[in-house]
Design a protein around this ligand. Structure first.
Ligand SMILES: [Fe+2]
Length: 309
């Protein structure tokens, strides 16, 4: 356990995640506290900060100490107070419109890895938890990288994964039948968005540690390889993420007033779901952008040939 002033940081599992208590994020954050939180985030990758009731503006103020906030692409699903806070919710208004983004993140992913400069840190405040369900699972991608065989580490070193946002380009995911118009949405996004490459092994810009950086949701191939060559590698890597025994994982069940923040550069996560109307889940999300493309952080040139498993 680590303490700064009064703040306490206690691991929630052996492998990833820590609970933070005795801190009020609506107060001004001192430099010492910021450094302690940063250290805790780098050490544990996920922080569960208990007992926070931040207004949307206060959440933006707290989020901004970590870097520049991303602007949500769909202003329709942001709070009235500020468009920097996105609403994740299954609530439907009497006129039939959705209050927030309804079905996000059900497949393992790292936020926005499909864009050139992906999200660095994501912050979720639990405003309303459902009676059941609504958990988030995390897996430690440093630990998965460490657990790979030396042969696999060598084989993927310097390779680049191909990432894309559209589910119709990804045979490992399915489109929810509950979301009206989703098929058209993903057909259009397949045409509108380019493929992006990201290093399969990322050197974290702050810790300097190596992390696996790919996901079943967004990684659809490996640069310079045929599908037949890439699939066995990707399937072997993804098997660690989806391992039913969850050896590298932490599952967070939200308490009221939890504020959870995580580091996308060394984690994958997924929304577990398992709730439905009239049971309402509402989260307020802010996202801190990365400061440069991950492939520049790694400063390696893509390989064009692969030498076998
Ligand atoms: Fe996500």
């Amino acid at each position: 356990m680590m303490e700064s002033d009064k703040m306490k940081v206690t691991p929630v599992s052996e492998i990833v995640g820590a609970e933070v208590t005795d801190i009020n994020l609506s107060d001004p954050i001192t430099d010492d506290t910021k450094q302690a939180l940063r250290r805790a985030l780098l050490d544990h990758q996920v922080l569960v900060i208990r007992d926070q009731t931040l207004t949307p503006e206060q959440q933006v103020t707290f989020s901004a100490i970590w870097g520049e906030l991303e602007t949500p692409s769909n202003i329709e699903y942001t709070t009235e107070e500020t468009h920097k806070v996105m609403i994740l919710s299954n609530e439907i208004r009497p006129d039939g419109t959705a209050v927030g983004v309804v079905d996000g993140g059900d497949f393992w992913h790292s936020d926005s890895s499909h864009i050139e400069v992906p999200s660095a840190i994501t912050i979720l405040q639990a405003v309303k938890n459902p009676e059941r369900g609504g958990d988030t699972e995390f897996c430690n991608m440093y630990a998965i990288y460490e657990a790979l065989s030396e042969d696999m580490k060598q084989n993927i070193d310097g390779l680049y994964g191909i990432h894309h946002v559209s589910k119709v380009k990804n045979k490992r995911v399915t489109i929810s039948p509950d979301r009206p118009g989703a098929k058209d949405f993903y057909e259009n996004s397949a045409k509108a968005n380019p493929e992006v490459i990201q290093p399969l092994v990322l050197t974290h810009p702050e810790t300097g540690c190596k992390s696996l950086y790919c996901s079943p949701r967004f990684t659809i191939g490996i640069q310079g390889m045929s599908e037949e060559e890439a699939d066995p590698i990707l399937d072997a890597l993804f098997a660690h993420i989806t391992d039913r025994k969850r050896p590298f994982h932490y599952r967070h069940k939200y308490r009221d007033n939890d504020l959870v923040m995580w580091d996308n550069r060394c984690l994958c996560h997924r929304a577990v779901g398992g709730y439905g109307l009239p049971d309402i889940r509402r989260m307020h999300r802010t996202v801190i952008g990365g400061d440069r493309p991950l492939m520049l952080i790694n400063r390696r040139r893509p390989k064009t040939r692969y030498s076998g498993l």
